[in-house]
Every structure is written in C-alpha cells, then in structure tokens.
Design a protein around this ligand. Sequence first.
Ligand code: ZN
Length: 340
Amino acid sequence: MVQSPSASRDIPEGGRCLSRLPKADLHLHLEGAMRPETLADLSDAHGEPTPQLGNYSSFDQFQCCYRAVVKMIRTRTDLRRLVREVVEDAALSGAVWVEPHFNPTTYAPTLGSVDEVLDLVLETGHAAGETLGVGFGLTLSASRNRDPRHATNLARLAVKYASHGVVALGLAGDERAGSAEAFKDAFTIAREAGIIVAPHSGELAGGATLRNTLDALAPDRIAHGVRAIEDQALLKRLADAQITLDICLTSNRALGVVKHIKEHPLPRLLESGVRCSLGSDDPLLLGTSLLAEYRLARSQLALTDSQLAALARASIQSSGAPDHVLTPALHGIDAWLGGR
Ligand SMILES: [Zn+2]
C-alpha cells in the first residue's frame, strides 16, 4: 500500500509555516489526486476490489494503476466528488490555485458529451474553490500514445473553453513513444489562442527528447524536465527563455528518475537560473501532497525559505490564474517571507 499523505506531517518543520505559503499546484493529474478513502468507497459501491497501488517497477505498471483508478469513476456523482475533494485537499496544502491535468474524452459519452463532462468538472471546481479561496483552472491533457489528431481536437476544445476555465494544454504518456513533432499542430492552435503550453518531457528520457519537445512545441512550462540537468546548454536555454519546470520530487523517486530525494537536481536547477514550481503529480499513487512536497524540499534538499518562496512565486506567475488571484498571492508570498 502507498504511504498515507499524513505521514509527511512527521517531518519536522523548521522556519516559517509552509502551509501558510500561498502556492499553486500546476502539476497534478485529476484522477491521480483522488483520496485513498474515496477510491475504496467507489470500488465498494461498484462491487469491485480496491486497486492496489504502490511499488511501481515501470512506467507501464504506473500507468496501469492509473487506469485502474480511472475505471472506478462511473457516475457524474463520482466525478463531482473527485473534483470537490481535489480542491479541498489543495486548500489544506495552502494552495490558492490548482490547475489539474484532465482529459474529458475519458468520460464521454458514458457521463455525457465531452462538453457536458467539461462543464461538470469546471462548475464543480469553481464552486468548491469559491468557498475555500482556491482558484480552479484546467489543463487539457493529450497523450503521446494516441493519434495526434486527438491532441488537435483537444486543443480546439481548450480554445473553446478558454474563457470558462481551461488555461493550458498538456501532453502526457510515455515520452519515449516518438517525436513531439507530430503534436506541433495541436500546440500551435493552443499557443495562438493564448493557452499555456505545458507538455510532459525530460522525465523518462533525457536531453535529446527534451530538446525535441522544446523545438517542436515551444512550451511555456514543462511537466518534470528534470533531465535537463544532464546538459549544460539545455539548462542555459531553459533559464534564458524562463521556461518553468513543474517539478515533482516524490514522483521522480517513485519512478526511478532519482534514487533518493536527497539526490534530486532541484537545487542545481535553481542555481542554474531555471524557473521551477513544485507539484504533487499523483498524490494517490505516490502517497504525497503539495504541502508534503514543499516539506521534502526543505527537509531533504535543504532549500531555504527564500528558495521555497521562489518556487511558490514561480507556480503563481507561470499559472493561468487571473489577476485577482495572482496579485494577492504574490503579496502573500512576500508577506510570508517578510514575517516569521
Ligand atoms: Zn505528470
């Protein structure tokens, strides 16, 4: 079984209280952020055994576990509960903005048309966020393992919903599957409409694949991107272009990108001038939370409060949050750093 997120609270927390640091989670996957008890409830309700998660020996196995979680969402009520709880958990981590990766076509036509599914998720997220002071946006998530035309359709959907809370277009799946070039059209559509371009890359593959993603998709952010550490020229390119890496420490350890959190390149990425945010990726599958990731950055990587504030600032500035969320969040970060 995966470790409970609450176990992270055992890590001693020196300095300023990290739950009070305003921050955004830009790198989490909606279904992967389900609560363990919700997974158990839904499995029970649908008469299925609860999927067993943890100890991933490969990315394929990890994806298989993810799909097992997705299969337990079978009604509109299930999906509403998931979204509401993801926003509640973001608030518990001190997030003021959450931007989950999500693909509405997974649930269409079972739970309604693609538009109906998207409306449900956005309306639930906005309503939950309003009472908790958490802004909610969506990253529509295409897959490298599917026909690129699917990504192009998602890009058009993102543009259609740009004024309703879809803020970014992502690309998940196995980056070793092939060139990012095939997805160029989709990301061009998104970029031209002012949608944030935020594909995964530089996690399972190194510099060549990351460079290919940069050349083909011209991203604003990269989900992971940590393998840039293997290539000085790439580090400089990321720093010069101020492309944000949405880093997930626990995820990188669980999938073998690093052996131990203490060896994670985040401090060296920051020293190289690369802008980084912290995200939780898949809290359910990884036994983490956004707050736990900040605590790990402090306790395992010895990041200073100033560096932690810089991660939070990057998460807000690189997000799709509107000004009425962004401005007070940035003031809040300054106030957090200014006080004790
Ligand atoms: Zn991810």
